[in-house]
Design a protein around this ligand. Structure first.
Ligand SMILES: O=C(O)C(=O)C[C@]1(C(=O)O)C=C[C@@H](O)C=C1
Length: 365
């Protein structure tokens, strides 16, 4: 054996022995999670048991990132633990996660980033369907897009909260990279039509105007649907992401074509229960105020006075005559925080209606 071969054999022996230790430790961790499930069930025999604990998961992932010794990055290490926890949770109870489908959408990528891969994922055709599936108990949680850094709010999601009883249990952000995709047999010069979701067209507008201004753009219901068409229709291309490209076996004619390199979409996790404090949380509320001078000032002033940081303020038209304006507000704090309770009491006193949409951990991954 050469020196190199001897050294490689030694290192590989060490890796084998470390793998065995990692496997034993992961198994011990999984047994602990099973015991946690028994404790949860014993303490709530006749009630809904909430196996998934978003606040605990956020704490675990934050600790992993903070204590990670390297050389792997904190993000990479947290991703590995994300999958370990996902598998442990599936032992306790397999989670059914509804998302805005079909298979291959960015929402599915966001769902897997947030929950890990050990979940049963349920693709649904519309945002309303995701809400309904969770409300009816068919799915434990749902994932819907709420905001894109280039294109702004997804108003349909915001409006759903006006009538829904669901709570926001979490958030996850995803960097969105779009590609121009074609089937293997498609010739670049033969492209007559580009399919995509209208949001994706908007996120790649400048690039398309520069490179493909003469080609017809056809908006369809999702990027995954665009990819499906590009895979089967001669002369068609699609703008979609990696998951859709893989699913439909398409090749990238041009990669990362979004106009803004920081193009990011924020998704919400919706569920039926409230989430406890994780130590680094956000809360969302919907407020309707009377249409009078100074209404917005009155609404925001208590947040300022109590030092609560607002991260979002959106105005939506009222669905009925009784609500003149509906404000959707995100702020950094948990509803259990006594200061938040004071602020919300003050807001409630001035508002026509105040709806608490939930407190949840600020996205970790
Ligand atoms: O701590 C719990 O409540 C657990 O169920 C354990 C565990 C984990 O694997 O760490 C698993 C699922 C929960 O979502 C949170 C954490």
């Amino acid at each position: 054996m050469s020196d190199e071969q001897t050294r490689l054999a030694e290192l590989r022996d060490r890796i084998d022995s470390l793998d065995k230790q990692i496997m034993d430790l992961i198994s011990a961790r999984a047994q602990c999670a099973q015991e946690v499930a028994h404790v949860k069930m014993a303490s709530r025999p006749n009630e809904d048991v909430f196996f998934y604990r978003p606040e605990r998961e956020a704490q675990v992932l934050r600790r992993i990132k903070a204590e990670n010794p390297g050389p792997l990055s904190g993000e990479e290490m947290a991703r590995l633990f994300r999958e370990i926890m996902s598998a442990c949770l599936a032992l306790e109870k397999p989670m059914h996660i509804a998302f805005l489908g079909p298979e291959g959408t960015f929402t599915q990528a966001a769902a897997l980033k947030h929950f890990g891969h050990s979940v049963v994922s349920i693709p649904l055709p519309a945002i309303d369907d995701v809400f309904r599936e969770v409300e009816s108990g068919e799915a434990h949680y749902g994932v819907v897009p709420v905001e894109n850094s280039t294109e702004g709010m997804i108003n349909h999601t915001l409006d759903m909260f006006i009538s829904s009883s669901l709570k926001i249990c979490g958030e996850v952000q995803l960097r969105i990279h779009h590609h121009l995709l074609i089937a293997d047999g498609t010739d670049k010069k033969a492209i007559k039509r580009i399919y995509s979701h209208q949001q994706s067209f908007a996120q790649c507008r400048k690039w398309l105007d520069t490179h493909w201004h003469e080609v017809e753009r056809v908006a369809v219901s999702s990027n995954a649907e665009a990819a499906r068409r590009a895979a089967s229709e001669p002369g068609a291309a699609a703008i979609a992401g990696d998951m859709a490209a893989e699913l439909y076996d398409l090749r990238k004619l041009a990669a990362t074509i979004e106009d803004r390199p920081d193009n990011t979409t924020r998704f919400l996790i919706i569920g039926r229960e409230e989430v406890g404090p994780s130590g680094h949380d956000k809360s969302s509320i919907l407020v309707s105020m009377r249409n009078k001078p100074g209404a917005l000032y009155e609404l925001l002033e208590p947040f300022h006075r109590h030092g609560l940081s607002l991260t979002r303020l959106e105005t939506r038209p009222s669905p009925s005559g009784t609500w003149a304006y509906v404000f959707y507000i995100d702020f950094e704090a948990h509803a259990d925080d006594p200061q938040v309770q004071t602020v919300l009491q003050e807001v409630d006193a001035e508002a026509v209606e105040l709806k608490r949409l939930g407190s949840y951990p600020i996205g970790v991954l």
